[in-house]
Every structure is written in structure tokens, then in C-alpha cells.
Design a binder for this molecule. Structure first.
Ligand code: AMP
Length: 346
């Protein structure tokens, strides 16, 4: 399905009398609902029956209203529009709905074109290159001359990735399967959370607004995180990268300007490539012992690492702690008040 015309979404938005925030009950939904509630914005949770009990169990983060669906891939578009809702995409939302998000006749916070870039690895690489990011080398099997990580298409949260050290090992372990081979970077992984705002004066100025640093997390992956214990206990355990959760981190302060610059470059190039990202995004990075920052992916929407609700950078920006979920509600409220929803919703 092709991309819905921007004019159609603008037409829908022009009929909105109030603001309401909706998302699929998964990933970072609790944070999105909690943040909207703090900003007194009505919320709708798109939820399957089996998840209702869980999402109802948090009185301060449950949505005000549920739309019950058979599958989380079935976004009830007409019901959302009838309730003046803006859909907030997150990792599972994007995953479940896939390409159908392009044509979905409901206003989506941000720019749905950015999600096309997130889905397509070649587009993603061209974006990262344009933004001047240092990226791990991509290799063909015959070029494997160092430790490499092999990524399979559609792999969820690092599940099933493999490590190889030579072409021979590649053919033995992977064979003819379609995969991306990338230089394995040794270093500390850091996932900075940014927020691009059309209205804020904080953070670094971009060509179409400002980019704020909200926080940084580190992913907790199995069994990479626990491997030292297993090896010490005498086990021969393969390295794997399935995400289990996230842990908060702060960066050396001297590294932060470079991370801020990175956020600005990614924003500015997104403007040139597809009209600009709005709201939350993340650059997945690895910092080497020489303090070189490698970037291996951009997530053009809220990431689950923001579920850690306290990050000092958001407090330094806003004077009190503001979660990314709350920041989304703040930005949408301001756009609604200023009648500028078309600038940050598509
Ligand atoms: P991804 O699916 O690309 O987000 O990667 C999942 C996990 O694999 C990351 O969080 C890292 O721990 C690891 N990883 C991905 N790419 C690299 C790389 N080039 N070098 C080292 N580790 C990587």
C-alpha cells in the first residue's frame, strides 16, 4: 500500500475538536499513557483481550479508554478518527502494522516517511552516511577479515544474530541465507534518546527546530550480559543479543557534545531526505576504547529504553523530570493550541 497523501491527513486533522493520544498496548505504551495523563490529555489503548488485565492493573498509567481488537496489527482507524485521536508509533506498533502504516487513514505523530527509512536497511545506511555518522563496515562473505556480526532480515530485538570470523565459518554457519554482515565493534553500547521539537528553544538548534537530549540507556541482552559468569563457571556459551530489558546510563560529560551534534545531523539530514523527523528518536551506538562513536541504526520513534523514567538530561532541559511519553503529550498539546498539528503529525 502506498503512502497516504499528506492532504488527506490534514483534512482529518482539520475536523479535530480536541486532542486525544492513542497507541497499541505494548512496548512503551504505559509510559505514553502516563505522560499524556500528566498533561491531562485523554488516552486510548488499542488492546487485545488477553492484555486487558495487565494494562488495567496500573491505575496511573492505564489508558482512559480501551479499544479491544482481535490482533494488535488491526488498528481501528475509523474509531480513532471518530475520537479525534493521534496515533503514537512505537517499536511494536511499527513491527505489527508494518507497511500498512504507510496508508493508514489516521493522523500519526511524527512523519510516517521516517518509518519507511527505518524499515529499509539500504535507506537507513544512506541516511546514516549523509548524517556523517561513523558506521561499522559492511562486508561480503569473501571480505570477512575480522570478527563480524551477521544480522538476518526481520530479526526481532537482535534475536538469532551470529558471530563469524572468516569466510569459511560464514559458509559453514550461515550458508546461502540472506543476511547482513557487519564488522563487530568492541566497545560500550550507548543508546541516546533524542526529541526533536518544532517549538522548543532548548537543546541544539536544527534547520527546522531544536533537538533535546532526553536520556541514554544500555540494552540488557542475553546472553551477552551474563556470559562472563557462564564462562567463569566453565561453560562454552555462544554470544547472543536478544534484548531482555534496558538499564539507565549516563555518558562522560565530555562525550555529550558529540552526541548532541549527532542528534542534530540526523535531524537535519532527515529534513533533507524526507521532510524531517518529529518527536522521539534514537541512534544506536558503540563507543570504542579510543572514544570513537560508531552508529549502527537509527530508530525514528520512541525506543523502549525511555521506559526508564528518570534521566538527568531531561531534567536539565525541563527543570524537572519529563519522560519521553510526557514530552510527546507536551509537544502535541502545544501544536494543537497553536493550530500547527500539520507540522508534526503525518
Ligand atoms: P540491532 O538489531 O541492529 O539493534 O542489534 C542488536 C544488538 O546486536 C545490539 O544492541 C548490539 O548489542 C549488537 N550489535 C549490533 N550491531 C553490532 C556491531 N556492528 N558490533 C557489535 N555489536 C553489534
Amino acid at each position: 500500500m502506498g503512502l497516504i497523501e499528506k492532504g488527506k491527513i490534514e483534512g482529518i486533522l482539520s475536523g479535530y475538536k480536541k486532542l486525544c493520544i492513542a497507541t497499541v498496548c505494548s512496548h512503551s505504551a504505559l509510559q505514553i499513557f502516563r505522560g499524556a495523563r500528566q498533561e491531562k490529555v485523554h488516552t486510548i489503548g488499542i488492546c487485545t483481550k488477553d492484555r486487558l488485565e495487565f494494562y488495567k492493573s496500573f491505575p496511573h498509567a492505564a489508558p482512559d479508554e480501551f479499544l479491544v481488537v482481535d490482533s494488535l496489527a488491526d488498528v481501528p482507524v475509523d474509531e480513532l478518527v471518530a475520537r479525534d485521536a493521534v496515533a503514537v508509533p512505537h517499536g511494536s506498533f511499527v513491527e505489527y502494522v508494518g507497511e500498512r502504516l504507510d496508508g493508514m487513514a489516521v493522523p500519526v505523530f511524527g512523519n510516517r516517511r521516517s518509518l519507511q527509512f527505518e524499515r529499509d536497511r539500504m535507506k537507513m545506511f544512506s541516511w546514516m552516511e549523509k548524517a556523517g555518522l561513523r558506521v561499522p563496515k559492511t562486508m561480503k562473505p569473501e571480505e570477512i577479515d575480522r570478527m563480524a556480526i551477521v544480522k538476518f532480515p526481520g530479526a526481532k530485538g537482535g534475536h538469532g544474530y551470529m558471530i563469524v570470523k572468516s569466510e569459511k565459518e560464514y559458509w559453514e554457519k550461515i550458508g546461502k541465507r540472506k543476511a547482513l554482515i557487519q564488522e563487530f565493534i568492541v566497545g560500550v553500547r550507548a543508546y541516546p534518546h533524542y526529541f526533536h521539537s518544532a517549538f522548543s528553544g532548548a537543546g541544539f538548534r536544527t534547520s527546522y527546530g531544536h533537538v533535546e537530549l532526553m536520556g541514554v540507556d544500555r540494552r540488557v541482552e542475553s546472553n551477552a550480559e551474563e556470559i562472563a559468569r557462564a564462562v567463569a563457571a566453565g561453560g562454552n556459551v555462544p554470544l547472543s543479543f536478544t534484548v531482555m530489558g534496558n538499564a539507565s546510563m549516563v555518558l562522560r560529560e565530555s562525550l555529550l557534545p558529540e552526541f548532541m551534534e549527532m542528534g542534530r545531523n540526523v535531524s537535519d539530514t532527515s529534513k533533507e531526505l524526507f521532510g524531517g523527523m518529529h518527536g522521539p528518536f534514537c541512534v544506536e551506538t558503540i563507543v570504542t576504547e579510543d572514544l570513537d562513536i560508531y552508529a549502527f541504526e537509527i530508530s525514528a520513534r520512541i525506543v523502549a529504553g525511555t521506559n526508564i523514567l528518570y534521566h538527568p538530561y531531561a531534567e536539565f532541559t525541563h527543570g524537572e523530570h519529563v519522560s519521553t511519553g510526557r514530552r510527546i503529550a507536551m509537544e502535541l498539546k502545544e501544536a494543537f493550541k497553536k493550530k500547527k498539528m500539520n507540522e508534526i503529525v503525518y
